[in-house]
Design a protein around this ligand. Structure first.
Ligand SMILES: [Zn+2]
Ligand SMILES: [Zn+2]
Length: 308
């Protein structure tokens, strides 16, 4: 199969290309052996991923100079709408795990909120997350802290993909939907439109264009990045375990608070399809409460309950 990927003009290599370290790994009966910290060099950087993320972080340096209370309010609102509804509720609980059903137009609208975080299109994101569940904290987990905390937090995002299976292969059900295919291909575009809209509205509101863009796009997105990444890094490192799962997932209250309930991550790994990630009364799960509220007005049905 890899041979067919060579350009036709290139002669077939005499010796096979050296296998990547991951390719030489045989499947192991237990996922918990032999984890080496992954070291990253500049040659590993995926510039299409690294550049926008780096630029957004750099733009945060301008935030104090473009401060406005309306900009802060906008950032909070868009953090909830794009991060809370777009990533936690839609990308994760709806598209990845199918924890509930919602009418297609609602699903598509929520997916557009998801792409506004520049975390990739829904097909790639969902595929990657399903690979995480399939190989949780094993050699082939795309982002396990066993390969290093910083690797699980951010380095896996900004470096070239190392896995054997393209993430898209784990989301073929989504790829059958023409709209999801379309928005996956142009996932970067709506953000440009949002930034232009915020700039125009901000200018119209009184010279606040740059403030609304810096706070509503850059700050808001950097905050959302790190909260999402903390689910992968911190919630596999610190916290308590309610379930004896075959991975290192943990329930971590401060990640749960920041991520609309996603930090009850050990509960989630134990019951992956369950719509509710919080199980005890104090494990507050705003994303699940939103799904319940949606069901009251007919926007959510067939909500998957935990097994026990
Ligand atoms: Zn996990
Ligand atoms: Zn999940």
């Amino acid at each position: 199969m890899p041979a067919t990927l060579d350009p036709p003009s290139r002669p077939a290599p005499v010796t096979p290309t050296p296998p990547t370290p991951a390719a030489t790994e045989q499947p192991r009966p237990h996922a918990h052996h032999h984890h080496e910290r992954i070291t990253v060099t500049w040659a590993d950087i995926d510039w299409w991923h690294f550049t926008p993320i780096a630029l957004m972080h750099a733009a945060c340096l301008a935030a104090p100079f473009y401060f406005s209370w309306s900009g802060v309010a906008l950032a909070v609102f868009l953090w909830w709408a794009c991060g809370g509804l777009g990533i936690c509720l839609c990308y994760h609980r709806l598209l990845t795990h199918r924890s509930f059903k919602t009418p297609k137009p609602v699903e598509y609208f929520l997916t557009v909120l998801g792409v506004l975080n520049w975390q990739g299109g829904p097909i790639e994101w969902v595929g990657m997350h399903r690979l995480h569940h399939k190989h949780s904290d094993g050699e082939e987990d795309p982002h396990s802290p066993k390969h290093g905390f910083n690797w699980a937090h951010v380095l896996w995002v900004v470096t070239k993909y190392r896995g054997n299976v393209p993430p898209q292969d784990a989301a073929k059900d989504l790829a059958r939907d023409p709209f999801l295919r379309f928005i996956d291909k142009y996932h970067w575009a709506p953000q440009i439109g949002l930034a232009a809209l915020l700039y125009g509205l901000g200018q119209w509101a009184g010279g606040l264009g740059l403030s609304w863009v810096v706070w509503g796009v850059c700050i808001r997105m950097v905050v959302t990045y790190h909260i999402t990444w903390f689910v992968n890094s911190a919630s596999h490192t610190w916290g308590y375990r309610s379930h004896d799962t075959d991975d290192d997932s943990r329930n971590l209250w401060w990640v749960a608070l920041l991520s609309f309930g996603e930090g009850w991550h050990n509960n989630h790994h134990a019951h992956q399809r369950a719509a509710a990630h919080g199980r005890r009364w104090w494990e507050i799960d705003p994303t699940y409460l939103t799904i319940v509220a949606m069901s009251w007005v007919g926007l959510a049905k067939d909500i998957v309950r935990p097994g026990r």
